[in-house]
Design a protein around this ligand. Sequence first.
Ligand code: ADP
Ligand code: MG
Length: 571
Amino acid sequence: MKRDEDLRRTLARIDKKGYKAYKDIQGEYDFPRFRLFIDHVQGDPFASPSRVRVGVTRETSGFSADTTSSGSRTTALCDYLTRRFLDACKRFSRGNRGTGKSGLITIDRPGQEILQRSSMVVNAEVVEARFWVGLPARGRRISGKDAQIMLLKELPAIVDNAMFAGNTDLSDLYRHIELAEDADALRNQLSEMGLIAFVGNGALLPRASGIDPRPLDEAKAVRFFSPPSYEVEVDLPNRGTVSGMGIPKGVTLIVGGGYHGKSTLLNALEVGIYNHIYGDGRELCVADPQTVKIRASDGRNIEKTDISPFINNLPLSKDTTAFSTQNASGSTSQAANISEALEVGAEVLLLDEDTSATNFMIRDHRMQQLVSKDKEPITPFLDKVRQLYQDKGVSTVLVMGGSGDYFSVADHVIQLADYRAADVTRTAHEIAQNSATSRISEGGGEFGNIRCRIPVSSSFDPYRGGRRVKVAAKGLHEIIFGRTSVDLLDIEQLVDVSQTQAIAHAIHYAVQYMNGQRSLKEVVIRVLDDVENQGLDVLIPYKVGNLAGFRPMDLAAAVNRMRTLKVRTGA
Ligand code: ADP
Ligand code: MG
């Protein structure tokens, strides 16, 4: 085994040589308190920085067994250590040291959510950090001296600071771990309490801005408190009893004037599938794990999706049990988004009038008189939302300030006024009774079945030309898969580019399970089972620190948005 001194000597030897000579430092090195793995050396100073790992034995790291006694705790510990490592990079590395990425030492950057990540792996044997180093150069000549400082001084300081319990603020760490554990416990209790979501009393929901997910300044924010009729108490393992609004299963409307906080509440439910960091304001806002935000996304590609519960009798008798288009309309895209979510097991749908197609949501009595049912392919969601719950057990939360027709189909109506929530269910139901419209329900007798689809493996070609595989995220909302680009802008519950990165690799990984028999649902569940059992590392043949956790429905949603996708329809 080579030692840190060997690395020092090699760096001295290749000083001022051409950049390619950096390949000589690839390998493993024993340092006094850790082992360094230089896995992949970048080709030039402007290329993606070099892939590096550091492993500390679990014993010397000093993190006790109770930090990893459950999946929930381990995820929180890894998230915490990633954050500390990133902070230490900022403190101990000087940054720019020449051309291109020279001087960079960095690790994945977590946001408001606590996600499963490959950036830090902790098990009984090791604590391992995966990160990137921009090996320094002047022009294209190696700066061996700078590299010595980075790898033999800055890096040991970072590791020392971030990867040992002795140098960790343990009360801060345990607060992080216990918070995540409480949020998971809360989420796991929802279903048996008959709930789909919980918003804690005192929660701070609004964000700093449309592009800044941190909480709005305390002085400007109105904190959330439950209407008395929806208040529930829940016992949590660390925090004890907490109270807040429990949103029951069924159909729930959020109503209220424009700018009174409706969408902000719905957004909190969307990201309630994730645990949040201390100080976020949404620490105790959780939603059923199978919650899917639905929106219209006109222009998207649709491949043989069964949208027949919502859309029938299209012009030119286009088959809506296996509907394909390269350019969906608002309503057909929204119908497909719902069908595809149901296909992979969504339990709760979230819809916001702001991002819905009007003709998908409503069709009032006057319109029914002017345009007869046989001339309108769309059955509005209004006539399907109850069947969805009664026949399929799928709940809906809907932001609707624009149409009172929904009062008749809602179990619960919550009004936001000046950012304060009130239960207005009884009044809404009275109004629905007293000013009954002559509107005719168009939903038929039942919701209807959705045919499953079987993906065809040959439609997933990861090659960019020749033998070069190209599978990667390009920002939060785009995947490059071979020669195609996949637009994910309408998958609104993705919060981290490392999730997109993991999904990109997961699509590639999933192909092995497409045998011409398995449905898309079966395929994505197999992939997620592997991730559950073997970690995110299973998705990719080498060890890399920029993968984050995602759900089966997110993977399916990405597959469904591939313009190259081909499927066979199943039963
Ligand atoms: P709506 O969907 O009812 O039109 P939004 O949820 O979009 O309203 O909120 C309108 C504005 O008010 C946004 O800028 C949002 O950040 C802010 N806001 C929402 N909830 C609160 C709150 N509880 N306290 C302070 N500001 C809020
Ligand atoms: Mg809104």
